[in-house]
Design a protein around this ligand. Structure first.
Ligand SMILES: [Zn+2]
Length: 130
């Protein structure tokens, strides 16, 4: 996949303040602040580069207040990286196209994968499909 590379200043211009903080500075939005996507069929895209990340069919209500999915739309569209910050061993999820920080993946999700992709809503835009 061809990487999209921009400077910090370019991302800052392109994104809202919170989206910039989350995706480029590894921030986390407050729970229940950005999980208000329409409950219709669609695709969740990276807010930075519009890379397709998740299908609404894999979204589930985890009760955490963050949009949660049990699988990415395509494993090649995301990257997973071990994250040892905050004294916890977690797996960070990044956009494979522009390296945006999206959230984390945890091994306590529902079937069929048993995974919970815990995303920041501000890191994604929703596009309705038929
Ligand atoms: Zn991206």
């Amino acid at each position: 996949m061809v990487k999209i590379i921009k400077t910090d200043a370019e991302w800052r211009l392109k994104l809202s303040e919170l989206a910039y903080k989350v995706t480029r500075k590894h921030g986390t939005e407050r729970p229940f602040s950005n999980d208000n996507f329409p409950k219709v069929n669609g695709i969740f895209l990276c807010v930075c580069c519009k890379n397709a990340l998740f299908d609404s069919n894999s979204k589930f209500d985890s009760g955490t207040g963050w949009p949660s999915f049990f699988e990415p739309i395509n494993p090649n569209n995301i990257e997973e990286k071990s994250d040892r910050s905050l004294f916890m061993k977690r797996t960070e999820v990044l956009c494979s196209k522009c390296d945006a920080h999206l959230g984390h993946v945890f091994p306590d999700g529902p079937l069929p994968t048993g995974l919970r992709y815990c995303m920041n809503g501000i890191a994604m835009v929703f596009e309705e499909t038929e």
